[in-house]
Design a protein around this ligand. Sequence first.
Ligand code: ZN
Length: 155
Amino acid sequence: MRCVRSTDTTPEKRVRSLLHKLGFRFRLHRNDLPGKPDIVLPKHHTVVFVHGCFWHRHQGCPHATTPASRQEYWLPKFGRTVDRDKKNQQLLGQKGWNMVVVWECETKDLSKLTEELLRLVAHDESLVGQRQSLSIAVAAEKQANYNTEKNSKVF
Ligand code: ZN
């Protein structure tokens, strides 16, 4: 029997599907930009990175743990990732891109994520009036996810 997993949504997919619902147009993994951003929104001149809390060292996050053993291996590895992120951020800034980092742990709360994305990506006052309908869309999404989970348990 095939095992049906109830959560095939990675953090990046969650952000993508939310942006799509909010009506944003975007492109994925543009190789020609520093750091190969996960999501690029050309109209808003904004790039979005969806970062795993562990690898990218989300400060103050409980998921950004440091393994107790082999720290001589882990610490430089973490250091390189963080340095690379900083460098890419600088380069993108120099090229005039607005940059948004969404941490993995922030993709769990969809209504909060919606608020953040609208604030950081759109900078658009005309969208504020639509928030009512957006929260309804988010509620509908939650219901849909719930139904999917329920269904996948049946199979
Ligand atoms: Zn985190």
